[in-house]
Ligand binder design. Structure first.
Ligand SMILES: Nc1nc2c(ncn2[C@@H]2O[C@H](COP(=O)(O)OP(=O)(O)OP(=O)(O)O)[C@@H](O)[C@H]2O)c(=O)[nH]1
Length: 199
């Protein structure tokens, strides 16, 4: 796959991991840590990788820049905001740090779909997947205003920017196993499921 120039990659790794009880991103699925798998896919697509985390010492080897939330305590949307502010490029492919099976096919499709829009967000089985999506710096200001109102819902600002919703038929054209690519690990049981997939 050819890289689209001028795109950042943002890995959100600032969560509490309460359900897992340990850092999800540093659990292994197959021979690789989850964050290692994600960084391996992102580096085929983007020109820099930012990890948004309060613990840079854990993740330094998986990104070019370690950055912290600027508006902390707002959950993943605070991480998206900080990533966009610190990104060197106007567009960013954003992923959670707990999605072991994200693919270059999906990421590439989202980057291409975002052309002419402020964001590109997949919709799978009727649900948006805002933690595996492309956002541009045009979103920064509206996110700031939303967070300042104490509203942390990731999709809460979508009606104020131009969002390209990437529908299931388009997603399937590049990625037949959508259930797998959007799978995220939250609990010890999820890790067992992920292991079964790679075995
Ligand atoms: N930068 C940043 N990332 C966050 C924050 N909260 C969650 N994330 C990330 O957003 C993604 C989804 O997080 P969740 O699974 O909803 O929450 P979590 O805190 O990781 O896990 P739980 O504590 O079990 O809910 C993961 O990649 C998290 O690391 C935050 O406040 N800041």
């Amino acid at each position: 796959m050819r890289k689209v120039a001028g795109v950042s990659g943002i890995i959100l790794a600032g969560g509490k991991n309460a359900r897992m009880g340990t850092d999800k991103a540093l659990l292994k699925v197959g021979p690789y840590f989850i964050i290692e798998r994600i960084a391996g896919v992102l580096c085929t697509l983007v020109d820099e990788i930012l990890v948004v985390t309060a613990r840079p010492e854990l993740y330094a080897r998986y990104g070019d820049k370690m950055v912290s939330d600027i508006m902390g305590g707002h959950g993943p949307l605070g991480g998206i905001h900080a990533g966009l502010v610190h990104a060197a490029y106007p567009r960013a492919l954003v992923t959670a740090c707990d999605m072991p099976f994200i693919s270059a096919g999906l990421g590439g499709l989202l980057i291409r779909a975002a052309a002419g829009y402020d964001a590109a967000v997949p919709r799978y089985r009727g649900y948006l997947e805002p933690l595996c999506a492309v956002y541009t710096k045009n979103c920064i200001e509206v996110i700031e205003r939303q967070l300042a109102r104490g509203q942390n819902k990731i999709t809460g600002f979508y009606d104020r920017v131009r969002v390209r919703y990437v529908e299931e038929s388009d997603l399937r054209a590049v990625e037949p196993n959508l259930e797998q690519v959007f799978f995220n690990v939250n609990t010890p049981d999820d890790i067992k499921k992920a292991q079964l997939i790679v075995e």
